[in-house]
Design a protein around this ligand. Structure first.
Ligand code: CA
Length: 491
């Protein structure tokens, strides 16, 4: 029985259901689910803009990702909402700028009781409500206490670790952890703690990247057995420090002399190898063509730790492009033009509404979103954020770095210097300040960002107590100073 159209499928489903003795409504529901695409969202950690083959890397090999890029869409200007891990992930999961929900700092490092609350329904919950089997694998970094656990945020399955990173070799972290337990310590670094599956401690035996790939393969198999569409958030901690790679992967990059770069390259290669394994399994399950695959990084590559953000300026933590413009691809050949590059800005904040649209999900009542569904614009090749602002704001010790992009212009205040203006479309490396030629444009952009900041929430936590103490001591956020253009004119 051929059931190509949605309506046709429902009719076919109803006929089969009645013949099988199942209720028509149950079967129609299953048929409806069968129409929905799977979404595989792979997030790398601190991966530089130029550290994948599809973005021009000449020394790091990423053959599996490059194949997806060749058959998919590569984004020249994909922006995350913050140049650090925790706030960036909070934005992806909630669809909100982290500053709007008090998540603008990384969480405290160990045994903290704070996290991103379910008051902002996560994308996983929205997809789950739409009939999706949902999974998160890898790094969480959105709260360690039980109420912030992935299983409380709409993820049916979680395998990984709750902190902001992890050591990669079980033989090493198991021993270090056991030593600390033997000393009677309780506040043990999260990089060393055992991994978990749905809240229960597990004994991982593989190199972490391989372990997460294995679990992702297992998850897509489970989804296939359930005949349910899946939403999988695969959050590799690679190539985030510590720089630790397998000997076999290091051997592939013996031509790279710099040890950090060689190790980093091998870590990225392991991620690519994992993506290849999952793709292979999707093909075996007959689900490859019905899966939207998205790959991106949570922020820019960390400078001095093996990454390469060329041609972007600076890296992780910066409001210059290297901090928050990241490599990204979409792969779904039946729906997206193969081999194309999308030049217009898109946001990690767009993923929530876009995934919801693709999955036929209903947004939770009253849900606020700071991005938008880009699916139509993406298919048509139109700029989804034409004439709109993209913001990035990083608080430092006593002052804030800030930037706003609109169309070809980007206004930047970095390292407590005066505001500068770049034509980012022509000057991707942010080398030529054109503020003197366009003072009105700069003032308008800074003024708009100031308005945006008015309803920012106070931080709900700080990375550590001294950071919080300094915030109060220095009367942060000091937005009056942040949004002073400093050219002698008033805004
Ligand atoms: Ca990161």
């Amino acid at each position: 029985m051929m059931c190509k159209t949605k309506i046709g499928t429902l009719i076919c489903g109803a006929i089969v259901a009645m013949s099988a003795g199942l209720s028509a409504s149950v079967m129609a529901n299953q048929a409806d689910n069968a129409e929905k695409p799977n979404i595989l969202f792979v997030l790398a950690d601190d991966l530089g803009y130029n550290d994948v083959g599809f973005n021009g890397s000449t020394d790091i090999k990423t053959p599996n990702l490059d194949t997806l890029a060749k058959d998919g869409v590569t984004f020249d200007a994909a922006y995350v909402a913050h140049p650090f891990c925790g706030p960036s992930r909070a934005a992806i999961m909630t669809g909100r700028y982290p500053h709007k929900i008090g998540a603008q700092f990384n969480l405290p490092e160990d045994n903290s009781n704070v996290g991103v609350s379910a008051d902002e329904p996560f994308i996983a919950q929205t997809m789950k409500n739409a009939g999706y089997f949902t999974g998160a694998m890898g790094k969480w970094h959105l709260g360690e206490a039980p109420e912030f656990h992935p299983n409380k945020h709409g993820f049916d399955e979680f395998y990984g670790f709750l902190g902001g990173g992890h050591n990669y070799f079980p033989a090493e972290f198991e021993k270090a952890y056991a030593d600390r337990v033997a000393q009677g310590l309780t506040n043990i670094n999260m990089y060393l703690t055992p991994l978990e599956h749905n809240g229960k401690e597990v004994r991982e035996t593989e190199y972490i990247t391989d372990g997460l790939s294995r679990e992702a393969v297992s998850f897509v198999d489970k989804a296939a057995a359930k005949k349910q569409p899946f939403f999988l958030y695969l959050a590799y901690n690679a190539p985030h420090v510590p720089l630790q790679a397998k000997e076999d992967d290091l051997a592939v990059f013996s031509n790279i002399k710099d040890k950090k770069r060689r190790t980093y390259a091998a870590m990225v290669y392991a991620v690519d190898r994992g993506v290849g394994r999952i793709v292979e399994q999707l093909k075996k399950n007959g689900q490859f063509d019905n899966t939207l695959i998205v790959f991106m990084s949570d922020n820019g590559g960390k400078m001095g730790q093996g990454s390469n953000n060329f041609p972007l300026k600076e890296g992780k933590g910066s409001v210059q492009e290297g901090g928050f413009r990241v490599p990204m691809l979409f792969h779904w050949p039946e729906h997206l033009k193969a081999g194309s590059r999308f030049p217009h800005p898109v946001l990690a904040l767009d993923l929530y509404p876009t995934f919801a649209e693709i999955g036929g999900a209903t947004l939770p009542a009253g849900k606020k979103l700071d991005g938008k569904d880009i699916w139509t614009g993406l298919q048509a090749g139109n700029a989804p954020h034409k004439d709109e602002f993209i913001y990035v704001l990083r608080h430092r010790d006593g002052f804030s770095d800030a930037a706003a992009r609109r169309n070809q212009y980007k206004a930047v205040k970095n390292h407590n210097q005066k505001w500068k203006l770049f034509n980012i479309a022509d000057d991707i490396s942010e080398n030529k300040d054109v503020s003197a030629a366009h003072p009105a444009i700069l003032r308008d952009m800074v003024s708009s960002m100031e308005s945006w900041s008015w309803n920012n929430a106070q931080p709900k936590w700080f990375h550590n107590s001294s950071e919080g103490a300094r915030w109060r001591l220095k009367a942060m956020p000091r937005f009056d100073e942040t949004f002073e253009v400093g050219d002698g004119s008033k805004r």
